[in-house]
Design a binder for this molecule. Structure first.
Ligand code: BGC
Length: 751
């Protein structure tokens, strides 16, 4: 007993010593050898409830130097930092800006807790990469990881610690402007891209080259009704588990440090206050240990949803559901102290949430060196460096999808002496950029005109505007382009919609090619010259109207800084395109949502012939104009000899799928070989096709390769409505090809 008392006293005494030791090092806890958890626990004992609420408060920052500081709002925020009422800012960028306000936090606040700086770095910070949707069309996970790692490297040199990316929302609705941020319509592919993006952004978080990732928008935000931003979502549990949740899970499994709530409702409850999503699924089932941040104002907006009475109620419901940090609604900073006092929220809940914020501040090393990321010299050397631009060029080339190439008009050959380059987009640098370009400057980008003239010389390219950027045209503009076409060998026409119409709050009901451009194309077609159409857009547009007005169609998306160079490389054959679309191109707007992994229905329409009393449209085909996975090359690939290693597979076994692919064309090229399956009969109906593997291969002219895939139980299983995986015996179809539609088919039995 005596021994026990002595030991306890010794233990308590050493605890006091440790605590005092830490206290001496405030502010900054410099170079402490103690573990992060001990340091957090110590810090929590020193914090007031107001300071704890401050750590859960993230505000929009802006500029903290010069005249901007005289602004009452900015001054007020500086004071809040001094008072420990802000733990994190979004939109404070740059080594100098972040350092300035960090200094206030570290030197002038009571506990000197450093701030976290977050920013939407969606596809590059200063070197702007292709939009994520485009990048995903490369099916090049290595390059995707590199792109994210450069975005992180540049951000980390500009004072940032955290990006709100990757966005992993699956969506089948191109009316939604935010499809540009995701990886398309397929869940399986989305999981791989999500993981690659997280790895690229975060690395091991132990250097100054990486930053925290934030997987968003949890959950099912891509299912907004009618593609209208901020709209209602209503998905079944089975749909949620099989279609929407796997991409967030993949990002979490890849180590994403943070997760962002979505604006929408899931199963009647706003995502920010949805205990099922946050506590049951994210934390318990998936074991997520990181930080959960609201979307902009989404705690406060529980009131608009009709789910909270007032701001205090909104804070209560969000925090009680397991959400943690409040971005911009200020309901937590205002009401948390009272909620704790009234015992509606426990101190343990608060400490759990605050400790996540502190954990990442420690993990990033900010307590030891708060200015670690705010280094103007490194910033200057890193941003927009030639190496980063070289990767952006590779990424931009890989994003391009060749949709049509009649008469092998592309690549342009040496007999092409004069190109009529038509359309205002050809000179518009702004339209190589979208809404989310972080710190990118449009003027730094290479336009299509610049790219092409740099390659071919100014005299080979005759530019005419053809239409105005506001989508109007007139006889004079059209006549100039027609005259140019008449005196050229080939016409290259840029069409589409502004890059500024891609991104948040950019939903469109009409995604057809604008009338002015169609009118222009009709006039150009009469010249009889071959017409190559370059489509600029952050989403698949309806291209049906221009099908017959073009010899070739190239989907160029929004390619970023190196867009013009990439397009010039593709047109001239320096680069042979190998991108495959990750979203179906609708035949008509009325078809949306249209996607390859649809369900069979009770009355599937036949591929051809009489579709009476079947699930079909009377006026248009069921099929999209271009299916998922589709994209041409300058060469041709022939698929043959699909072979399965057996007719049967055991549940714990595997089956090998072999296919021979031959380059039968006249160019060396890359092909993305895709493997799909179908579960013919199951306890929950399954789609007609599901991607389960792909391989990117390079084939020289005449070369052939046998590509092998291995299917295991994981590939054949699905989720029930409670998120349990199910693997059921029965017949499975196997489909392999260069897109989701044209495949060689086989089958086997799962025993
Ligand atoms: C968007 C998020 C974004 C946040 C911060 C919100 O409106 O939905 O994706 O990260 O703003 O800018």
């Amino acid at each position: 007993m005596k021994k026990y008392i002595v030991t306890t006293l010794l233990f308590l005494f050493s605890g006091i010593l440790v605590a005092q030791n830490i206290a001496k090092t405030i502010p900054g806890y410099k170079n402490s050898k103690l573990s992060i958890n001990v340091r957090i626990a110590d810090l929590l004992t020193r914090m007031t409830i107001q300071e704890k609420a401050g750590q859960l408060n993230q505000l929009n920052g802006g500029v903290f130097t010069g005249p901007a500081l005289n602004d009452a709002g900015q001054k007020g925020k500086v004071q809040m930092v001094r008072d420990g009422k802000i733990g994190s800012f979004l939109n404070v960028i740059g080594a100098k800006e972040t350092r300035n306000i960090q200094e206030v936090a570290v030197k002038e606040s009571r506990l000197g807790i450093p701030l976290l700086f977050a920013f939407d770095v969606i596809h590059g910070y200063k070197t702007v990469f292709p939009i994520p949707l485009a990048e995903a069309c490369s099916w090049d996970l290595k390059q995707i990881e590199i792109n994210s790692s450069i975005a992180a490297k540049e951000s980390a040199a500009a004072g940032l610690h955290w990006t709100f990316a990757p966005m992993v929302d699956i969506s089948t609705d191109p009316r939604w402007g935010r499809v540009m941020e995701g990886a398309g319509e397929d869940t399986y592919y989305g999981t791989l891209v999500a993981a690659a993006r997280v790895k690229g952004l975060q690395g091991n978080l132990d250097d100054v080259l990486h930053i925290l990732a934030c997987v968003k928008h949890y959950a099912a935000y891509g299912a907004v009704e009618a593609g209208r931003e901020y709209n209602h979502v209503d998905v079944s549990r089975v749909g949620l588990w099989n279609k929407y949740l796997p991409t967030y899970k993949a990002a979490v499994d890849a180590g994403a440090a943070t997760v962002m709530n979505s604006f929408n409702v899931v199963d009647g409850l706003p995502a920010s206050a949805n205990r099922y999503l946050i506590e049951d699924v994210l934390k318990k089932k998936w074991g997520f240990k990181g930080l959960i941040v609201s979307d902009w104002g989404s705690f406060g907006e529980l009131i608009n949803h009709g789910y909270a009475d007032n701001e205090k109620d909104a804070a209560l419901k969000s925090l009680n559901a397991g959400s943690m940090m409040d971005m911009e609604s200020k309901v937590v900073i205002e009401h948390l102290p009272a909620l704790v006092k009234e015992e509606k929220i426990t101190m343990k809940q608060v400490d759990d949430a605050v400790s996540k914020v502190l954990y990442f501040k420690f993990k990033l090393g900010l307590f030891d060196d708060p200015y670690k990321f705010s280094d103007e010299v490194r910033e200057k050397a890193t941003l927009f460096s030639p190496e980063n631009r070289a990767e952006a060029l590779k990424a931009a080339r890989g994003s391009i999808v060749l949709l049509k190439n009649n008469n092998q008009i592309l690549p342009l050959n040496s007999s092409t002496k004069k190109i009529a380059l038509v359309g205002s987009f050809a000179k518009s640098k702004e339209d190589l950029f979208d809404f989310w370009v972080a710190n990118g400057v449009a003027n730094d980008a290479v336009s299509i005109y610049e790219g092409l003239t740099a390659k071919l010389g100014a005299s080979a390219v005759d530019y005419t505007a053809g239409y105005n950027l506001d989508n109007t045209t007139n006889d004079q503009l059209i006549n100039q382009s027609v005259a140019s076409a008449n005196s050229s060998d080939v016409v290259v026409v840029t069409v589409g919609i502004s890059g500024k119409l891609a991104g948040e709050e950019r939903s469109l009901a009409n995604i057809n090619i604008p009338d002015a451009q169609v009118q222009l194309l009709k006039a150009l077609q009469k010249t009889g010259k071959p017409i190559v159409v370059l489509v600029n857009s952050g989403r698949p547009l309806v291209l049906t109207q221009i099908q017959d007005l073009s010899t070739a169609i190239v989907q160029c998306w929004i390619l970023g800084t190196e867009g013009g160079n990439a397009i010039a490389d593709m047109l001239t054959g320096v680069y042979n395109p190998s991108g495959k679309t990750v979203m179906s191109f609708p035949y008509a707007v009325g078809q949306i949502p249209v996607y390859y992994n649809h369900f069979n229905t009770n009355r599937p329409a036949p591929d051809s012939g009489d579709g009476a009393w079947k699930s079909r449209y009377r006026d248009i085909p069921n099929e999209p104009l271009y299916p998922f996975g589709y994209g041409l090359s300058y060469t041709k690939f022939d698929y043959s000899n699909l072979q399965l290693s057996g007719n049967e597979m055991k549940k714990d076994g595997s089956i090998k799928v072999n296919i021979t692919v031959k380059n039968t064309g006249t160019y060396d090229g890359d092909e993305v070989v895709q493997l799909y399956i179908r579960d013919f009969v199951s306890s929950i109906v399954r789609p007609v096709k599901e991607l389960k593997g792909f391989q990117r291969i390079n084939l020289k002219v005449g070369e052939s390769k046998t590509v092998q895939f291995t299917l295991t139980g994981t590939d054949l299983s699905f989720y029930d409505e409670n998120g349990n995986t199910k693997l059921e015996a029965g017949k499975f179809g196997v489909f392999v090809g260069g897109n989701s539609k044209q495949t060689l088919n086989g089958s086997f039995e799962l025993k």
